[in-house]
Write a protein that binds this ligand. Sequence first.
Ligand SMILES: O=C(O)CCC(=O)C(=O)O
Length: 349
Amino acid sequence: MTAATTRAPGQYRLRVQEFISFREQGILVVRGLVPPEDVEELRAHTEDVIHGRLELPGVAPAPVGAAGRGHSTILDASRLGEVERRYVRIHMLHRLLAIHERFLLHPRILDVLEALIGPDLMAMQTMLFLKPPGADGQGWHQDSYYIPTLPDSLCGAWLAIDRADEANGCMHFAVGSQHEPIYPDAQNRARHYPAGAPVDLVDIAHASATDETQNGLVPVARGYADREVRVEAEPGDVVFFGGHILHRSHANTTVDRFRRAFVGHYANARSYTEWGGGNAQHILARGRTHLPFAQPRFGTPCAANRPQAVPEAPAETMMADGDGMATAPTNPSRLRPEAHDHADRSSNY
Ligand SMILES: O=C(O)CCC(=O)C(=O)O
């Protein structure tokens, strides 16, 4: 997959039942969403990271030979070196490496997000999970706790690079908990609820801790104990999940299998955020917005670098006419199909 190629297998059109399922379950698993050749490119890239063949800007280089040589993903556990342990998870590489930007803006992933939280999409964050054999998991947490957007429209897209199952630490979700508020800690309550939290909302501490005696979300998660689902995934499957749903993953207990995944986080581009440098640092992936946005640093085609992606004028006040209903469209260009980024979807990449 390169910025210039167009081999994406076409637009993914969400079905109504999938939309309903996302709302009811809090997650949506789209099997085989990313084509095998794209997953293979990403897998090969992670091999370069694991084996220290790629210098990551700003990240200390891997010790020579730390991960052995060769291209196999099946590594003898005794050869797992510092590099794999250090790189359980790497954040925000889309700001440093073109391949991460392209996967953050993968059109098939954006197709689904557009229907779930769009139409206007802001691409905010990436995480590359390597999760080698023996690596720890992550305890119960809510992603919007870390990445607040107002209004809150955060959605994660978790792309399996390897097969993920219970043994190597697949994702678990507490179905139903997508309706929970965000449980803040005492320090960040105002970030989530600037105008006041629900009166009985308790502060929690140590979200994400794998130690259940420490993680303040454990009592909340217990309320969903009979609805915890384990999501096994094959390479190319993508799990979409909203920012409120409680989720976790267990340790990778295998001795010979990585559990690699690429995760992007997105919000509706009309949500305000101060996270990650604010809206001006996040890429307009689809649609338009009245808020500032960033260009993709490596030129991956998306809404931000289409000619129509000038910052939108502030919305005109809705005027009531004779029947009391709104009148003029706030911005006529929004109504012209050719002015929207779907018009030339085939040239997405
Ligand atoms: O992949 C994992 O193990 C955890 C991922 C996760 O919790 C997230 O993306 O929010």
